[in-house]
Design a protein around this ligand. Structure first.
Ligand SMILES: [Zn+2]
Length: 371
């Protein structure tokens, strides 16, 4: 029991490394803000210039105002809140947002499992794309995913009658690593599907398909992989599902897909990743393509019974708290003062003698999410 309490106390401590990590992510945010200003400078629209400069300034000012409860005598700073820009090109805010979403979804995922639906991890690909085509291709795969969902979910004439299983709910996200040598984007979808009426043998990967040089392995497919690849390709190419039997089953003629059971306790961070890597967009032309390509698109989306979660995603009240009391940290009773601090670096400099704690997990875990 005591061990458990000590653990909780440790979990809330923000060590200097935490603030170093925030500072280095801020450097990336400054870089992105510069790119946004460059886009603004080249824009012919006054309104656009105004909007983009505002946006860049918000990113630059992110985390430049912190509120703490200061216990001077105890040398403790208890984190209350920090002003954040919430921009997708701010790596600090992206980390918090992702963390809040993972925590938020977890509850709905547990509900699905309680209903008796099993979670599967699905990857859907298309051939690599030109960076000029991002906007149009994201639109294309979003529409194709909706079609796939309708085929696998609905029992009426919009559904696919011969499917191997029913999908009851799904959460998908879009990801795009970039090959900087040939400037092609590997745009793909990761989804968690909650499946009913499936048979385990359909997911056994025992069909030899092709050799993968990168990992030196023979890729094995399951019947479910083959069905999904075919339906996915049909959805992308806008084929009618009535054509299913006429079209090719061969993996060579369809886009690569993979579906497998997922252990949600371990696999959530794998499924919820960032849409792009900061190291991929450290070039103005690539940044600009990604900026306009992703603009206005929904990157993460839910279908079916977990759809309602999106309405309140990312609200601050979803931040889980470490169940520790301030008295766990104080040597003696003291009334706190309100302290406002400004840049991140001063926390490791002027305030280096103060122990900083945060009982809000999202901020605590900022450093734990990597690209
Ligand atoms: Zn931010």
């Amino acid at each position: 029991m005591l061990l458990e309490i000590e653990n909780k106390i440790d979990r809330a401590i923000l060590d200097p490394e935490h603030f170093n990590e925030i500072s280095s992510k801020k450097e990336i945010a400054f870089r992105n803000a510069l790119y946004i200003k460059k886009i603004a400078d080249k824009s012919l629209s006054i309104k656009m210039k105004y909007k983009l400069y505002n946006r860049a300034n918000r990113i630059n000012n992110c985390m430049s105002l912190w509120w703490w409860n200061l216990y001077k005598e105890n040398k403790i700073m208890d984190f209350q809140k920090v002003w954040r820009c919430k921009d997708m090109y701010c790596p600090n805010c992206r980390a918090v947002d992702l963390d809040i979403q993972i925590r938020g979804y977890r509850k709905y995922f547990n509900d699905m499992i309680a209903f008796g639906y099993n979670p599967y991890f699905l990857t859907l690909t298309i051939p690599n794309i030109n960076l000029d085509d991002i906007y149009y291709k994201i639109d294309m795969i979003n529409k194709a995913f909706l079609q796939l969902w309708l085929w696998l979910n609905r029992d009426d004439k919009k559904g696919f009658k011969d499917r191997m299983f029913d999908v009851k709910a799904a959460t998908k996200s879009i990801e795009m690593p970039i090959n900087k040598e040939n400037k092609l984007g590997h745009l793909h979808i990761h989804a968690i599907l909650f499946i009913d009426n499936e048979s385990e043998s359909d997911f056994e990967k025992n069909i030899e398909a092709y050799y993968r040089k990168k990992s030196n392995e023979i890729v094995l497919l399951s019947n479910a992989d083959i069905e999904m690849a075919k339906l996915w390709t049909m959805a992308v190419k806008k084929e009618n599902v009535s054509q299913y039997k006429k079209l090719s089953d061969s993996w060579e003629n369809n886009y690569k897909c993979d579906i497998r059971p997922i252990d949600l306790r371990k696999g959530l961070n794998e499924a919820f990743k960032y849409s792009f890597k900061d190291t991929d967009i450290n070039d103005y032309d690539i940044f600009k393509s990604v900026f306009f390509g992703f603009r206005g698109h929904r990157i993460r989306q839910s279908y079916g019974k977990i759809k309602k979660f999106e309405l309140k995603k990312s609200k601050e009240f979803d931040i889980e708290r470490v169940p520790a009391e301030i008295s766990d940290y104080l040597q003696f009773d003291e009334e706190p003062e309100i302290l406002k601090t400004h840049n991140v670096k001063e926390l490791n400099q002027e305030y280096k003698d103060f122990k900083k704690i945060s009982r809000k997990k999202a901020y605590r875990d900022l450093v734990n999410i990597k690209d």
